[in-house]
Ligand binder design. Sequence first.
Ligand SMILES: Cc1cc2nc3c(=O)[nH]c(=O)nc-3n(C[C@H](O)[C@H](O)[C@H](O)COP(=O)(O)O)c2cc1C
Length: 375
Amino acid sequence: MSNLFDAMRISSLSLKNRFVRSATWEGMAAEDGSCTQKLTDYMVQLVEGGVGLIISGHAYVSREGQAGPGQLGIYDDALIPALASMTAAVHHAGGKIALQLAHAGCNAAEALTGLPPLGPSVWEGEKGSRGREATLEDISRLVHAFRQAAERAKRAGFDAVQIHSAHGYCLSQFLSPFYNKRQDAYGGSIENRARIVLEVYDSIRKAVGPDFPVLIKMNAQDFVEGGLSAEEMVRVASLLEQAGMDAVELSGGTAHSGAKLSPVRVGKLESPDKEVYYRQEARLFKEKIRIPLMVVGGIRSYEVAAKLVEEGLTDFVSLSRPLIREPHLVNRWKSGDTRKSTCLSDNQCFKPAMTGKGLYCVVEAKEKARAKESQ
Ligand SMILES: Cc1cc2nc3c(=O)[nH]c(=O)nc-3n(C[C@H](O)[C@H](O)[C@H](O)COP(=O)(O)O)c2cc1C
């Protein structure tokens, strides 16, 4: 068996294999962002499917940072008990779970929050301007919100937290010259653009202590003109490494990168050479950085995943859409059935999550319905 099933560690956290469920918004939380039994059951299903570490869907750290409906919240102590029931259920099933801490920045859903989106700069999109530029006071509040959210996650029994600094959400906007037009200490050079991310990390670290694993998801590149480059990503990773970050997950793209280069690229990955969206950037990262790396995006084949690890391009293999289609994919592969994931990467799964039904694979549901009809 390949080393995909090696037992692994991230700081104090021991994991049974190298497979990670990358953060995936499930659209299953209640209107106020609290965790539901449906979401808990979904997480337990993932544990039973064999994944070593689950990263929750992005949880908004303050109200104005909500990105969409049915999203988990972590902005208030009142949300802790339901989350604690979820972590207890995951642990009872033998799993490990991290909470992803997020703020959508100027991509927040104003229609849901009733608050103007807040970003590094006013973003002049095609549909007019979005939000307002964060003042220095807003930045301190943001950092504090992430800190409090991490404290709550620890109290709720999560095994780790992951800072969401990818996909053109708030912290990724600060990193990106495409969104960040500031001329103060939080804009300009990459060190300045990374300042808030390091402040968030330091603040969280002070709150959760030295042993609690703190992870980050960041873009390998933004794939927009004038966005964060791969070289800048390596520089940020180096700053985070010096600061004590426990692991980095590399993703890429933003809402403005187009369907072909978005974080959730559309298109079936027909052959192994088309898989792994950020292979080159993982190589750049591994040349310079020593902290554990997770790579997500477009990994569909067992052999491709095994080779990525064997070649030292990643320490962990992160999957999102393949586990929507097949929550038991990891155990299927472990059992010796190493056929490719059946996920078509067509993104139809967004629709039920958006319309209140909760995340599921639409293609699979249609196939099942057809099979039932023909019986
Ligand atoms: C329905 C859906 C929801 C997602 N929600 C999140 C999220 O909450 N946080 C995040 O960082 N990425 C999110 N992503 C992106 C995935 O984590 C992952 O980066 C992306 O889907 C590429 O990986 P894949 O090819 O294995 O699906 C989401 C993706 C999908 C399909």
